[in-house]
Design a protein around this ligand. Structure first.
Ligand code: SAM
Length: 340
């Protein structure tokens, strides 16, 4: 890359916060839905939103420069394929995820990244005086945003995860911290002989009955606290983006509770991003940004396979397989009870 190309690449990083704001405002005003499958004049959108034409047009042009819209004639816009991912009305939409990730709940602690790096502490807890999930429990609107953000992010990877390993060999899959059930519903739909248990907090499972509708006759919803107990009765215990939410001490408690529930022939299935031992320059930066996100907001971390093997060994499991769906940052790490 030329010197100028390098300067532009670094400039794009420096301006990353601004791009994030464009996505934040664009999704908040549902610009991507309002344009939908049509072409719209900025002036028309401005009237609809009761906004000044010149400043809205500037926002739309920034979104076009970022590749989310195309300006087909001066002041007239359509969605690009990328912009269409920010429409709220598609099942694999990134709309709710964008709303969640760019909300002040999620961005406040990033302002204290230096503090978290210096101390290793979770900035979120200093700001809000409580941990992320307890804060969600006090704010139904944010909890709903988080649930739908997670559900939409999971919907984007659920088909690949559901086929990444043979879920059909299990009788009952317990989805530990399964949220609104997006992944479990996908897995059960693909395997008509398998039953499921969706386990999460009361806030976590709100809305799950609708998501699980098509497989409701084979799925039970259980509310509870995985730091206290995990339901028995499964032969597979699935944890998708759960272990990464927590540092080693709390993650150990969750896996120990899974170990207590799991039969000797059962399997633990950890679906998380698995970091390589060293950064792959050809890989996506997102797992590393997510790792920092975990540091500042939740106190969790992304892990390497060796980290997960250690965590499993400490909690009475041994890793027996790693399933890596092509094209995803995720892997499913399969572990069996370590029998003495
Ligand atoms: C990052 S989300 C993952 C949700 C789901 N597995 C997915 O990937 O879409 C973490 C989940 O853990 C749940 N959770 C947090 N603390 C919990 C607890 N103490 N007991 C049970 N579930 C909990 C949250 O409600 C949330 O649904």
């Amino acid at each position: 890359m030329s010197e100028q190309g390098d300067r532009r690449a670094v400039g794009t990083l420096i301006w990353g916060f601004a791009a994030s704001h464009v996505v934040h405002v664009g999704t908040r005003w549902k610009i991507f839905d309002r344009i939908g499958d049509t072409e719209r004049d900025g002036a028309e959108l401005a009237r609809e939103l009761d906004l000044p034409v010149p400043s809205l047009t500037r926002l739309l042009r920034a979104a076009a420069a970022l590749g989310l819209l195309a300006e087909v004639a001066p002041g007239r816009f359509r969605l690009t394929r990328r912009g269409a991912l920010l429409r709220a009305d598609r099942s694999d939409s990134l709309y709710a995820f964008a709303r969640m990730l760019t909300s002040s709940l999620n961005t406040a602690a990033w302002g204290r990244l230096d503090e978290s790096v210096r101390t290793g502490d979770t900035a979120f807890e200093d700001i809000f005086g409580t941990d992320f999930f307890s804060q969600l429990g006090t704010d139904p609107e944010l909890a709903a945003l988080f649930r739908s953000g997670m559900a939409s992010a999971t919907a984007g990877v659920a088909p690949e995860l559901a086929t990444a390993c043979d879920f059909g060999r299990f009788d009952t899959i317990v989805d530990v911290g399964g949220g609104s059930g997006t992944l479990l519903a996908t897995i059960l739909a693909a395997h008509p002989g398998v039953r499921g248990v969706l386990f999460d907090t009361a806030e976590g499972v709100a809305g799950a009955a609708d998501v699980l509708g098509p497989v409701a006759d084979r799925c039970t919803i259980v509310e509870g606290d995985f730091f206290h107990k995990v339901p028995t009765g499964g032969d597979a215990y699935l944890l998708k983006t759960i272990v990464h939410d927590w540092d080693d001490a709390p993650a150990t408690v969750i896996l120990t509770n899974c170990r207590q529930a799991i039969p000797d022939h059962g399997r633990l299935l950890i679906a998380d991003r698995v970091l390589p031992e060293a950064v792959d320059p050809a890989g996506s930066p997102l797992p590393y940004l997510m790792d920092l996100h975990m540091l500042v907001n939740l106190g969790g971390r992304e892990r390497t396979l060796a980290d997960l093997e250690q965590l499993c060994a400490r909690t009475g499991f041994r890793v027996v397989d790693v399933h890596t769906p092509p094209g995803l940052d995720f892997a499913i790490v399969e572990a069996a009870p370590a029998l003495s």
